[in-house]
Design a protein around this ligand. Sequence first.
Ligand SMILES: [Fe+2]
Ligand SMILES: [Fe+2]
Length: 263
Amino acid sequence: MAEDLSTSLRAALLTGDARGKVMATRSLVRRWRSGELATGFSIAMPDHPAWPDRVKVLPPSQMPKRCKGGSARNRIALWHSLAHIEFVAIDLALDIVGRFGKEMGEEFIADFLRVAADEAMHFALIDRHLATMGAAYGDLPVHAGLWHSAEETAHDVGARLAVVPMVLEARGLDVTPATLERVRGQGDSRGAKILQRILDDEIRHVAAGARHFERFCRIHGKTPENHWKLMVKQHFRGSLKPPFNDSARLAAGLSRDLYGSIA
Ligand SMILES: [Fe+2]
Ligand SMILES: [Fe+2]
């Protein structure tokens, strides 16, 4: 089969090795931008991406509780959980392009390929930071909760956008400032820098999700606010609860009226 965007996306999704996935992602984004890789959707995305063999996946209920203290063990647990979020975020971005790029068009593809490249960078930064603590991705168990949201919304780009960028990534905007303060308090200025960069990029990711969700609603004659609430109710099992990072959410185009009404 001739190589096109979808075959490269699928290959990156099915790369289990963590650094291999980062490299495959960066390379396909670079080649697509330079015109070397044609926009084409000849092949379907896999139901499940490959993850490193050494990463042990547990049901959320069996995950060990994390403590917030500054001991070496707690710090590694924090950064390991962040590494996993960014690693799955790479897959989520690759998948949304491969699954819905044909339907949503060129601007959507460009926006979410940029997200994929950002997530690959976030993971690489955290992976390097973990290495300075003598740890590596896969040292601790993880859960597959984030990927379940992708499976739950694999049939409908409106549902995917409503849940993944507009609920899950938006949640990241709410919790990251407190984590950043904690990390800064531990004297970890390098870690704080990484988190600040991630926070800045994630505002853009949420914004892209909200923008394309609105466009989707316009095309399909739906009211964004009502449709978002419906999709969240149908496809998101957790609850939306304060405190919300109102300023970061507003910068991403999410108004308080929207999420306040559902919280
Ligand atoms: Fe990220
Ligand atoms: Fe993101």
